[in-house]
Ligand binder design. Structure first.
Ligand code: GLY
Length: 319
């Protein structure tokens, strides 16, 4: 086994954050600093409708963000869920980890915490995301106003039928796992969650063990996709536990993906998707997906550019 230090791996949309992370690693900075720097860049990317500013809002039209961070050196962790108005939940999660005896704060409590710690609020709803919300909530009926008395009734109708709307759109999340030059691992995840979700719905991203887990002694893993699946199978933690039991990185990833097959899902009208990126304790990386053509990105401090690689394909059903 190699000993790969100064490396970042993550979901494809994390690529925009790699230059910031690599610069920190090259300067001898910590995995935690590099992971947060990378994720902040994705959160600030308004073109990404699955993370941070520009994220797809909930059914009420409010952008609610979730994030988590884990330090593989100490197993310290921090998370926030259903945070409105603050564009960088990953920084708030880190603050929770570093300044409180807690792991997770949600909703108004998390926002109060952010305000007291001086985080800057911002409008998270871009015109593009608002337009996407209007399309889904008001749908075709927007041009058939005679069907409903007014927009409010139309809106309330959509809210009542919300669970049907969920199958139209969108899971997205960003994650990175970083190993610094000292050999420490950190894992960071951020998302606006399931597009058009019910207010207060949390996926796997802020849940340590589900969407994020890091332990220097064995490795780390982070998930994207339908968070309910990763919660029910404790997927990120399971990867690390399979590594602990001696499976190779690829074997551990495959086993966790196969574990998802036991999930019954009466709501699965659309193809369920789960993706995992992982790193072992030596800094080797791999990733898996239920989709056949999914990729992930990786870069070491020696590389000039990130490299996009195919994920192992492990479908949810036997073919
Ligand atoms: N994986 C992100 C979510 O389900 O919210």
């Amino acid at each position: 086994m190699g000993d790969v230090r100064g490396i970042i791996v993550g979901s494809r949309n994390a690529r925009v954050g790699f230059p910031a992370a690599i610069a920190i690693l090259r300067a001898g900075g910590s995995a935690l600093d590099a992971a947060v720097a990378a994720v902040k860049e994705v959160e600030a990317n308004v073109a990404d409708q699955s993370v941070g500013i520009g994220g797809i809002p909930n059914i009420l039209g409010h952008v609610e963000l979730d994030a988590s961070i884990m330090d593989g050196r100490t197993l310290a962790a921090g998370a926030v869920g259903a945070v409105k108005h603050y564009p960088h939940p990953i920084e708030i999660a880190r603050k929770v980890m570093e300044t409180t005896p807690h792991v997770m704060l949600v909703g108004e409590g998390a926002e109060l915490f952010a305000r007291l710690h001086g985080f800057e609020p911002a409008n998270l709803l871009t015109p593009e995301s608002e337009a996407a919300w209007r399309r889904v909530v008001y749908g075709e009926a927007e041009t058939q106003s005679s069907v409903y008395e007014d927009a409010y009734q139309l809106y309330m109708h959509a809210v009542r039928d919300w669970v049907k709307l969920l199958h139209k759109e969108i899971f997205g999340t960003t994650n990175v796992i970083v190993r610094d030059l000292a050999g420490n691992i950190a894992c960071a995840v951020s998302t606006s969650g399931w597009g058009f979700k019910w207010p207060g719905r949390l996926g796997d991203s802020p849940i340590i063990g589900a969407g994020n887990y890091a332990d220097n002694r064995y490795g780390a893993a982070a998930c994207t996709g339908r968070g309910e699946m990763a919660i029910r199978c404790a997927s990120a933690h399971s990867v690390v536990m399979y590594l602990r039991q001696g499976l190779s990185l690829e074997e551990a990833l495959c086993q966790v993906m196969l574990d998802l097959r036991a999930l019954e899902d009466p709501f699965a009208e659309r193809a369920n998707v789960m993706n995992i990126v992982a790193m072992d304790r030596w800094g080797n990386v791999a990733a898996a997906s239920t989709a056949s053509d999914a990729t992930y990105v990786v870069q070491t401090v020696e590389m000039d550019e990130p490299e996009e690689r195919p994920r192992l394909h492990v479908p949810l059903t036997e073919s």
